[in-house]
Write a protein that binds this ligand. Sequence first.
Ligand SMILES: [Zn+2]
Length: 181
Amino acid sequence: MLERVELAMPTLPTGTLLKTVAAPNQALSSLCAEVDPKDSNILQLAADLITTMHANKGCVGLAANQVGRAVRVFALDVSNHPKTTKSHGLFVLINPEIVSSSRNEKSREGCLSVPDFTGDVKRATQLTITGYLPGSDSQITIETQGFEAKAIGHEIDHLNGYLFLDRVAGAHAIFPRKRYL
Ligand SMILES: [Zn+2]
């Protein structure tokens, strides 16, 4: 059973496909800066992140520093992933903060910015976060679980300058990637 919760995402400008960066890259290891969710440049970035995420097959999330912009913004959409049990659909979240996280589970994950490897990473499968939708100054709370919780944990890690490679238990938990997804 897939539990769906819709967020009040605004209509965004037309997105542009942006170039993604791969590790090692300064933007990927940066602590990203908070931004004004109502800034028109951020609304455009939100649209561009969605367009760029959709252009990469199998991509369920994209952080702004993966397109070279070190600001606290990410796009996510796990609604079509077979492992998803709860989904907030397609959304962009700005200035996310983790309120609580629990029930860590280990699973294999990959990243557009680390094209040649996958890794076994422990992440919370129960997660509560706050943040802002593009164009809004009211803070929202997102409670989720399972695959979406792990995907959000991965994206918030990006905004703090961490890759999944920083989260694996050791070299034995890194694997050559056979295909994306
Ligand atoms: Zn990633």
